[in-house]
Write a protein that binds this ligand. Sequence first.
Ligand code: GZL
Length: 321
Amino acid sequence: MKFQRRTLLASAAALAFAAALPMSAMAQKKIVLGFSQIGAESEWRTANTESIKSASKEAGIELKFADAQQKQENQIKAIRSFIAQKVDVIAFSPVVETGFEQVLREAKAAKIPVILTDRAVNVKDDSLYVTFMGSDFIEEGKRAGNWLVEKMKGTPGDVNIVELQGTVGSAPAIDRKKGFEEVIKADPRFKIIRSQTGDFTRAKGKEVMEAFLKAEGKKINVLYAHNDDMAIGAIQAIEEAGMKPGKDIIIVSIDAVKGAFEAMMAGKLNVTVECSPLLGPQLMQAVKDLKAGKALPKRIVTQESIFPMEVAAAEFPKRKY
Ligand code: GZL
């Protein structure tokens, strides 16, 4: 009997203590964010992951991070697991635009808000996500196209372009192609003679460029790569074919990662259009705003620039990724 009384007294004291906790201590429960990342396919992605991890620490947000190795089924599995764990917010960078409706409906049914970062999804019901923060890929393609048109002014004859596309079905691959073609279609001199996916990786970019060189050889005047990693892989293939990248073949790329600046300083890459991966701080602010009940704009566009090789050496020390 004595033992039971003592236990009862102890639990009553514990309850009294918890009830006396100031609201702020209780309300300080950490926000939990579930993030499904595409993978680690490029320098850009690695910098994006670093930005998200460091910003979550800075913001005091508990991050549950899942790497999908560039497979959509792994992203869907990760989102389902976040729902089961009842996280406060889910964020992800969709590897491709389609095929996420069902799992987004499950998140909505579980009343867990979803933030899209970096890439968009193609859904009829845009209430399935709160906001999409990331670059305007059509604008990036246009910037690449406009730079090339400017560059080739005064160069007579056809401009034969080979194109290394990003991941098939992904928003950046679809829109960078769209924006670039919108610009060059104004001048029939510009022809895309070969176009194939290099899946945003250096290895695949090199492999596909080798095939382009075998098929078209010295007919190629320009390479348009949807990201720097594929351009860097292609540079190796061009050199192995005995040609000079940046001179025999003009190379236009996107991302503006460190590797691109190094290639430009070596005279092997002509220009890179910036696509910032540093979305971490913006994402954490959006998560906090969401939990504080603030409304978020449906679209948050990252501001970006373009870097031709002439400015690479001056800009390189200032680069953050
Ligand atoms: C663009 C991002 C793309 C990068 C690639 O925002 O989704 O994916 O351009 C990365 O380097 O793999």
